[in-house]
Design a protein around this ligand. Sequence first.
Ligand code: 13P
Length: 281
Amino acid sequence: MTPRPRLIVGNWKMHKTIPEAVGLVEQLAKHLRREPAAPGPPPAQLEIVVAPPFTALAAVASTLATHGLLVGTEGGTSRPGPPSVELAAQDMHWEDAGAYTGEVSPLMLKDLGCRYVIVGHSERRRYFGETDATVRKKVLAALRHGLRPILCVGETWDQRTRNQTESVLAAQLTEALTGVDKDQGTEVVIAYEPIWAIGSGHPATPPQAREAHRHIRARITALWGQETGERVPILYGGSVTAENIGELLAIRDVDGALVGGACLDPAQFARILVVAGSATA
Ligand code: 13P
C-alpha cells in the first residue's frame, strides 16, 4: 500500500483582518524559507492547507502566489524548495446560488481558488445549529463541485465519559456520508476533533487518538471498502502544537492535523510543518 500523504490544515477561525492575514502569510513564507529541510531520509509527502476567513481568502491567495507558495504557482510544487499551499474555506452553503442572505456557495469558493472546505466543525454545530443533515448536504455539494470536504466529527467530554465515543463517531460519519459513493470517497478528508480537546490545551492522548482514528478507519472501510478506506486521510484536531504533533503523527491512522490556535503563530505553524514533513514524525 502506498503511504498516505500527510496533510496539515490551519483553521484560522474568526481571526485576522485582511492586512493581518497578509502579514501572517508574509511571516509564514519567511519562516518556511528559513526552516532547514530535515536531514536524513527524504521528507514525507506533505500537503499544506490554510483556511482563513472568507474575507481574507483572496488576499491570502495572492500573497501566497507572490511568494511562490500557492499550489500551481512558480516554485509551488517543486522539491526541494518551499512547500506548496492550498486554500480552504471554513464553511459553505450547499446550493449554487439563491436567496440565502449571508451565505457563500461552492461556486464562489471555486472562484477564489479553494480546493478544500471544512464542513461540520463542532463550533458550527454548537453555535450555528449545524446538523448531520446539513453537513451531509454540504459534503455532497462540495464533491459535486470538485472541492474536498474536510468533514469534522468528534464527541463531547460527557459522551466520552459515558463510553459513547464510538457510537457518536459512527452516527456522525454514517449520517454525513450517506449517498457518497466509494469513488467520491477518495476525495473526502475526515477530521477527528474531540470537542473537549479544542482550545483546551489538552489534546487527546496518543492511545485516545489511536482508538478513535482506528474506529473511524474501520467505519469508512465498511462504507467504501478496503482500498478506498485506506486512502482517506484522517486528521487529528484539538490543541495541536509543534511539541505534540510528532507523537500524534506517529500513530498509524493519524495522517495529519487540523490546527487551530497554533496556526495563528507563523513560527509555530512552520515548525509543525517541518515536523510533519520529516520522514520520522
Ligand atoms: P485548537 O487547535 O485551537 O484546539 O483548535 C482545533 C480546531 O478546532 C481546529 O479546527
